[in-house]
Every structure is written in structure tokens, then in C-alpha cells.
Design a protein around this ligand. Structure first.
Ligand SMILES: *[C@@H]1O[C@H](CO)[C@@H](O)[C@H](O)[C@H]1NC(C)=O
Ligand SMILES: *[C@@H]1O[C@H](CO)[C@@H](O)[C@H](O)[C@H]1NC(C)=O
Ligand SMILES: [Zn+2]
Length: 586
């Protein structure tokens, strides 16, 4: 099938033309009506007819509970949906006055349950789509000890006859977290092979942060030879390449993807920015988009391997494939490592390990060479930068590359933007760079961050309020599967800076509460801001007539409910292109 993106855009304009045509004819009618008011009064009640089968109005029950997330943060009572688009918004009486379905029939009006609210479809600005699916196959992250993790692998094998009955079938999982185990050691192959069900089977288990793999004896025997220091079944960072993983089949990819789609739609997400697409994953999503079977919007960042070749001039950015569902016009590169593992590049040494400042994964010369090239070749450049030094070096490169160009046509992003100097927070705002931040990381990292960075420097970590006050553009994400995929968990973390049980290392007001976002900022950070960060703000991100009808009904008002109730919010329905794809409002 041909790529239908262009058609999608044209339809958008057609809708507007239809509407303005109708407005012109209304004006004529009004003039006529004024002249013949006494006798032809019924003309005044003439309404616009919507003839698309999927036209309907959806209204809130207790007043104006639809958050448009337009420039004024308006709230209205009703939306009119025509096919895949928002046709109109307003009060119920106005809507009923303005619209009919066919000439005679009233437009169907659905009423959301009392207490619920409607917001634009939510977007995750930074997640790893297929990796999230992989992390859900075996619930490894729930294991509080090595034994519990091994038991979850055993339970998984026993639950699936295809695997249970075939001892040579590879068992793969993702998500174990040794930092929560009491054992205080890395796991090894014998931990797996001690279990009689697992014994002798090939098993590959990826750690939660993606930096280590843990394998069984059979997998060890199938690979190798190994250098002396990497025996025992545990491979960290580059040593992971010593274990060969079979290429995923289409069936495997479909399996992983459907898990992510299921959880994403059930959480109110209608769009995900994939923060490092492998070529195979992009090809898979592209096939789905072209078949017209992509069930969620994807904004892809193609991974740039700093040890590989430059490809920005040999591959074309992909814009608007699959009727607006798939875009891949950005590149993702990694400037440094992570704070938890001490890999984030800092100006000053780590407070808890003064022998190191962390490491740049890409040297500054390479950053300065590659960023302008990608920008010139038409790619949005999204750089993983965690430490203040990494962020500073990337901002230097952005600043040079952006001088004299129209920044909104390029919109470069700092992925994570965790620790910045005061001067760099100002610079992010001044340059128009987007800070793509993950609020759930705040409430994970707050427990160890001060020890690692010291009492002064830590104030600049996850300083969301300072970024916004410096006029930085922000956008919110989860980094799933490193964190959960639920966007409301990010909303809660951004506005409270408290763990789920209401605590923080700095007391019940939150961890550096002066850095909290407002609810309105957090809502924008999950809707219109990700749309801007993915060049889709003209069709997505707010419920403005002419845009795609992507919206979510939430069981309660997250904009006013007590903060300790926010995480009880349920998604009643998720609507994509005008149709419910999770739950129902009918
Ligand atoms: C068992 O699994 C292996 C590896 O996936 C496969 O090659 C083999 O055909 C399977 N055997 C049976 C009997 O299904
Ligand atoms: C990056 O490229 C190098 C050199 O071509 C290769 O050895 C390595 O496996 C690649 N890494 C990834 C994650 O693709
Ligand atoms: Zn990530």
C-alpha cells in the first residue's frame, strides 16, 4: 500500500475548507434570515450537517471538563468529532444548535461519566518500545532476591508449554535489578542452573538498565571463547557483545510490540517517542505503517552508533508514514553514561568517588563534528546528556550549529538533561533547545543523588522549575522500561517530587519542592509539548478543531484531586483518530 501521509494532511485542510464554506453559507442565511425574520424564522435554526458515519459529540457531565490544552488552557463542555478529526468544541447547547447528523437527525451526543475529565491523548517523549515489551514477558523487576528472580524464570517456563516441553528453546527476559537485592553480589549461571526446571536450558536475562546480561550454563557453552575475567555468566557493558542473541523474528517483534501497545493504550498514551531505534525495529514499524496496521503513533529517533559510519546523508528522514502514525526524522546519540552507574560526565569529581568525573561516551570533537552534519542533513538531533559537563559540551555544539539558523525548524533536544549549570539552564532557554526530562527518575534517584553529588550540586539535578523559569522548552517522558510506562506516574512525580507512598529524603513536601511543576505545566508536558518536540503540533497535542481526534477520558480530575489520590486515576477510554482503542465511552 502507498504511504498515506500526504492524503492525511490534505484531509485536514479539506475539513477546514468544508467548515469555512459552511460558515459562508451560514452568513448568507443569516442575512436572509434578518430580512425575512418574521416569516422565515426557521432558517435561523438551520444547522451544519455532518455526514460522516463516525461523527459524534462527546460531552463532560459536570460542566466544562474537557481540557483543550490550547494556548489559553481553555476548558469546554463538548467536542465534536468528525471521522478522525476534531470538528468543533463548545457548550452542549451551542453544539446542538450548530450541528446535525445528516440533515434531519440530531448528532449523537455521548456523555462522559460524572467526575471524569477529558484530556488530549498523552504522549511519552522518551521510551523504548520493543524493550518495554521484552521487560514484561517475565516479571524480573519484581524479584527482591536472586532466588525470587530465578523463581519467576521457572514460573514463566512452566506456564508456557512450548518452552516447557522444549529444553533447547531460548528463554529471554529483561528487568532484573541487583541494586535492590540483599545478596550484595552479581548473579551467575549457577544461580539459574541450580533450579531443576531451568537446569540445562539456554537463558539470557538483561538487567533493568540494559547495562548487564546474566546467562545460564547452556548459553555460556553455546558462546565463547571468553577472556579470563568474564566467566561465570555475567557480562557487563561491552562484554555483553560476547553473547550472541538470535535475531528477532517477525513473530517475536509482533509479540513484544503488542505487549507495549496494550499497556500504552490502557495508560492513555496515543503516541510514543522511541528513544533509540535499531534499524530492524524501524523497518518493522515502517512495514506496519505501510500496511496501515500501526495501532499507536510512533516518533522514532534512529540510533547513531558513535563507533560506526555517519549515515545522515544516505538515509532520508521519514515523515508522516501510515496516515500520520509514524515519523522518524530524528537521530539519537549518547554523549555520556548514567548517574546511577557513575558514567554521567561531570565538571567536578563525584562526591562519593572523588577519583572520577564520569566519562564522555562521545569525545567533544566528535560531538562538534557530527551534530552540525546531522542538522544540515535535515535531522532533528536528540542527544542523551546526563552530567553537567556532557550537557555543557552538547550545548556548545548546539550553540555553534544554531547561530544564524531558524531554531524552530531544527528543534534539537537534550534527552534527560539531568544536571546543568545555572548558565546552561539559561542557555537552553535562550537557544530554544528542548529539555526532554523524565519525572519518574527524580523519585527513584532522589534516594542516593545527594550522596553522589554533594549538597550544593544536587540542587541543580532535575531542576525542572529552574529550566521552565529560564524559558526552556520541556517535554516529559518515562524512559520505559527503566521506569513504568504510565504517564500519570510521571505527572504525579513532576508535581509532587514524592515517592508513591508520599515520602522523600527531604520530607513530605517533596524533594526540593521549589522545583515542582504545576499541574498545568505537567499536562502540557505530556500533550502539546511532546507534539512540538516531534514537529507534530499542527495535528496533535491539543483538542483544537482541525487536529486529530486523539483524547483520553480519565476517571477523575487530575487537575484538582488531592495529590495522594492522583495515582488512583483510571483510564476510562483512549481514543485515537476518533475511535476508542481502549475502553469505551459508548
Ligand atoms: C525446540 O526449539 C528449538 C530452538 O527454538 C527448535 O529449533 C526446535 O525445532 C524445537 N523442537 C521442537 C520439537 O519443537
Ligand atoms: C557499533 O559499531 C561497532 C563498530 O562497527 C560495532 O562493533 C558495535 O557492535 C556497534 N554497536 C551497536 C550497539 O550497534
Ligand atoms: Zn532511554
Amino acid at each position: 500500500m502507498p504511504v498515506k501521509g500526504e492524503a492525511g494532511c490534505r484531509k485536514d485542510f479539506d475539513d477546514k475548507r468544508i467548515k469555512s464554506g459552511q460558515q459562508t453559507s451560514l452568513k448568507r442565511l443569516l442575512v436572509l434570515g434578518a430580512v425575512l425574520l418574521a416569516t422565515l424564522g426557521f432558517f435561523l435554526r438551520k444547522r451544519f450537517a455532518l455526514e460522516t458515519a463516525q461523527s459524534y459529540a462527546l460531552c463532560s457531565t459536570n460542566g466544562k471538563q474537557i481540557h483543550l490544552v490550547d494556548e489559553q488552557n481553555s476548558q469546554v463542555e463538548c467536542l465534536v468529532v468528525r471521522g478522525a478529526y476534531i470538528q468543533d468544541v463548545g457548550d452542549l447547547a451551542d453544539i446542538q444548535q450548530r450541528w446535525t447528523y445528516n440533515k434531519e437527525k440530531a448528532l449523537p451526543v455521548y456523555h462522559a461519566k460524572p467526575g471524569s475529565i477529558i484530556v488530549p491523548g498523552m504522549s511519552d517523549s522518551h521510551a523504548h518500545i520493543l524493550e518495554y515489551g521484552a521487560s514484561r514477558i517475565i516479571p524480573l523487576e519484581q524479584g527482591q532476591t536472586i532466588k525470587e528472580v530465578v523463581k519467576s524464570v521457572r514460573d514463566y517456563i512452566v506456564s508456557d508449554p512450548d518452552i516447557n516441553n522444549n529444553k533447547s528453546k531460548l528463554v529471554q527476559g529483561w528487568g532484573w535489578d541487583h541494586t535492590v537485592w540483599p545478596e550484595g553480589r552479581w548473579p551467575n549461571a549457577d544461580d539459574l542452573d541450580a533450579d531443576p526446571v531451568i537446569h540445562g536450558r539456554p537463558v539470557i536475562l538483561q538487567s533493568k538498565d540494559g547495562h548487564a546480561i546474566w546467562v545460564s550454563r547452556a548459553t555460556l557453552n553455546d558462546n565463547g571463547p571468553y577472556p579470563e575475567h568474564v566467566e561465570g555468566g555475567l557480562f557487563i557493558d561491552n562484554a555483553q557483545d560476547l553473547i550472541h542473541k538470535p535475531e528477532a523474528t517477525d513473530t517475536d517483534l509482533n509479540g513484544l510490540f503488542s505487549i507495549t501497545v496494550r499497556d500504552a493504550l490502557a495508560s492513555g498514551l496515543t503516541s510514543i517517542h522511541d528513544a533509540a531505534l535499531a534499524p530492524e525495529s524501524l523497518a518493522f514499524f515502517k512495514r506496519k505503517a505501510e500496511e496501515g496496521t500501526l495501532p499507536i503513533r510512533i516518533y522514532g529517533m534512529t540510533y547513531f552508533n558513535e563507533s560506526g559510519e555517519y549515515w545522515g546523508d544516505s538515509i532520508l528522514p521519514l515523515i508522516n508514514a501510515g496516515n500520520g502514525r509514524l515519523h522518524c526524522r530524528s537521530v539519537k546519540m549518547f554523549a555520556d553514561g548514567a548517574l546511577r552507574t557513575g558514567g554521567a560526565a561531570l565538571y567536578e569529581p563525584y562526591t562519593d568517588n572523588p577519583t572520577t568525573n564520569g566519562v564522555m561516551r562521545m569525545p567533544p570533537e566528535m560531538i562538534n563534528k557530527v551534530i552540525p552534519r546531522f542538522l544540515q542533513d535535515g535531522w532533528q538531533v536528540n542527544v542523551h546528556a546526563i552530567g553537567d559537563r556532557a550537557n555543557g559540551i552538547v550545548l556548545d555544539a548546539f550553540e555553534k550549529a544554531l547561530s544564524g539558523v531558524d531554531v524552530p525548524t531544527l528543534r534539537p533536544r537534550l534527552e534527560h538533561a539531568q544536571l546543568l549549570t545555572e548558565a546552561d539552564m539559561k542557555r537552553v532557554g535562550k537557544l530554544g533547545v528542548i529539555a526532554s526530562v523524565q519525572p519518574t527518575h527524580v523519585i527513584d534517584d532522589m534516594w542516593y543523588a545527594e550522596e553522589r553529588l554533594g549538597p550544593e550540586r544536587v540542587k541543580r539535578l532535575y531542576a525542572f522549575r529552574s529550566l521552565v523559569d529560564n524559558k526552556a522548552k520541556i517535554t516529559l517522558g518515562s524512559d520505559a522500561p527503566v521506569e513504568g510506562i504510565n504517564p500519570l506516574a510521571g505527572f504525579y512525580a513532576a508535581i509532587t517530587r514524592l515517592s508513591k507512598d508520599g515520602t522523600s529524603p527531604r520530607g513530605p513536601d517533596g524533594w526540593f519542592p521549589e522545583q515542582r511543576l504545576t499541574r498545568q505545566e505537567a499536562l502540557r508536558g505530556m500533550t502539546i509539548d511532546p507534539a512540538y518536540a516531534s514537529f507534530t503540533e499542527s495535528t496533535l497535542g491539543s483538542l483544537v478543531p482541525g487536529k486529530r481526534a486523539d483524547f483520553v477520558i480519565l476517571s477523575q480530575d487530575i487537575m484538582s484531586v488531592a495529590v495522594d489520590k492522583i495515582l488512583e486515576t483510571r483510564v476510562v477510554a483512549t481514543v485515537l483518530d476518533g475511535r476508542p482503542v481502549y475502553g469505551s465511552f459508548l
